[in-house]
Design a protein around this ligand. Structure first.
Ligand code: GLU
Length: 497
């Protein structure tokens, strides 16, 4: 690509960062980084009623957590393009200038229809099995008559919106980076649409064109749900005599299990970055998973870091088919990342023990190596998120369950059980503290097996019970080695006296 790439992520601060929006941000970022272009953040906050306090901050924090940085944005303004919040741009009159231009050219007009009239029209259309569409109120009227009608409405205190006069029967066509050739006729738009609301704010489809143009955006990569907006945006580019950027609409994200569109309202599926962050998913894994939603490199490999994604990025490799959101795959990717980045994740894993109240912060810091071993033996390699470690490690590393009556009867009160216990106790007491390793303990148990001619569960379960109170659990010699000789002897003493 020879032109200088300028792409943007344009969140509306209406809530937390959703997987779908994170994907938009990530691919625009990859596009920019791959081609040495610029990645811009613009805040689309003109829908005042939907803005939530802290929405912008939370979006940006989560982007940063994912490892996505930006070259320009509200906090990094380039004077040539600032400001980067649409409400601030509105205050500067940036949109008004173009609204006025379109009004002056007769490409837009003030519309005074009340909500009640609009509602009645929609209902009548529904009753007549028509698609909802706006009915032009000044049809057949001369310029003079229109002026008069508007003056009357104005005098009656009605507040107008500004509507764009949609060209009749015009095909809007573009070569979509993802979907190929797309063509939508102006008939499908639903009639003249609002470009400026009664409160003076521009609508999304209008503001986005003005900003993308003024910010020299070359490519717009966004979700499939925006396809129907693109013809509206193209007509504004045409009306103002501007060249539109290239568009790419990335595949719809669907739930793997149901094949249905991922919906923000579906509370069964975790779909906000923050939720995964809280569960202890790694940013590298989230990035990795999202980077494969609707895009794939050549080959079978699935684990990539950001640098590799930047190198591999190719705008020709977006998939047309729906992108499957598969939580199991995400869990697998996170597990792969946790294993390969174990040293880096360890403080977070130990932090989970602190969070669960199993250990104090001070102790966790002082004996970090010890807790790292516990985490390892408790089964870190099998978990999908760091938050799963505390329940796994709680027993027997921090607490012991009481031995069940059934286990006692079956494994401890038998002749074999008694033999094993007596022999194990005698031998383990003799094992020197500095040789209290998993290998030495394993060897000791193997010797008992030979000496007593008892093997399998009748050998292991009594030992497990008197040391950990459970007949199941992680590798026993490793548990004992990590917890140490005095812990082991203490437990035995408490159990059998
Ligand atoms: N603010 C829009 C959104 O949140 C941006 C869409 C676009 O990229 O044009 O979906």
């Amino acid at each position: 690509m020879t032109e200088k790439i300028r792409v943007r992520y344009a969140p509306s601060p209406t809530g937390h960062l959703h997987i779908g929006n994170a994907r938009t941000a990530i691919f625009n970022w990859l596009f920019a980084r791959h081609y040495n272009g610029q990645f811009v953040i613009r805040i689309e906050d003109t829908d005042l009623a939907r803005n939530v306090a802290g929405g912008e901050k939370s979006q940006l924090d989560n982007l940063q957590w994912l490892g996505v940085d930006w070259d320009e944005g509200p906090d990094k303004p380039d004077p040539k393009y600032a400001p980067y919040r649409q409400t601030e741009r509105a205050k500067e009159g940036i949109y008004q200038r173009y609204i006025d231009e379109l009004l002056a050219q007769g490409k837009a007009y003030k519309s005074y229809k009340t909500e009640a009239t609009l509602k009645a029209e929609r209902e009548a259309q529904a009753a007549a099995h028509q698609a909802p569409h706006y009915v032009y109120e000044y049809a057949g009227m001369s310029a003079e008559q229109i002026k008069e009608a508007q003056a009357k409405d104005e005098a009656a205190g009605l507040k107008p919106v500004v509507r764009f006069r949609v060209p009749e029967d015009h095909d809007y066509q573009w070569q979509d980076l993802v979907k190929g050739e797309v063509k939508i006729n102006s008939k499908e738009i639903g009639g003249d649409w609002v470009i400026q609301k009664a409160d003076g704010m521009p609508t999304y489809n209008f503001a986005v064109v003005i900003d993308d143009h003024l910010m020299d955006i070359t490519h717009v990569l966004r979700g499939d749900d925006h396809v129907s907006n693109t013809p509206k945006q193209l007509m504004i580019y045409d009306a103002l005599g501007w060249t539109a950027p290239k568009f790419g609409h990335m595949a719809l994200i669907i739930k793997a299990e149901t094949g249905k569109k991922l919906s923000k309202r579906d509370e069964d599926t975790l779909q906000f970055i923050e939720q995964y962050r809280e569960l202890g998913y790694l940013p590298e894994a989230m990035f990795n998973f999202i980077g494969l939603l609707g895009w794939s490199p050549v080959g079978e490999k699935e684990i990539f870091d950001r640098k590799q994604f930047i190198e591999l990025f190719d705008e020709k490799r977006f998939t047309k088919a729906n992108a499957k959101f598969d939580a199991k795959k995400l869990a697998w990717i996170n597990n792969q990342w946790m294993r390969s980045e174990k040293d880096k994740v360890m403080p977070q894993l130990i932090g989970e023990l602190v969070k669960a109240g199993l250990v104090s912060q001070k102790e966790a810091e002082e004996k970090a190596d010890h807790f790292a071993k516990i985490v390892e033996v408790a089964g870190v390699d099998g978990i999908k998120a760091t938050s799963e470690i505390a329940p796994l490690a709680k027993y027997p590393f921090f607490q012991l369950h009481p031995i069940s009556g059934q286990d006692k009867e079956k494994w401890l009160d038998t002749d074999d059980g008694q033999k094993v216990i007596a022999a194990f106790k005698e031998q383990i007491e003799k094992l020197p503290e500095n040789d209290f390793t998993a290998e030495a303990i394993m060897k000791l148990i193997r010797t008992l097996q030979a000496d007593l001619s008892i093997k399998g569960r009748p050998l292991w379960n009594p030992i497990r019970l008197i040391t950990t109170h459970e007949v199941q659990g992680p590798n026993l010699p490793e548990i004992l080695a990590v917890m140490g000789k005095s812990w082991t002897l203490n437990n035995i003493k408490k159990t059998i006296g």
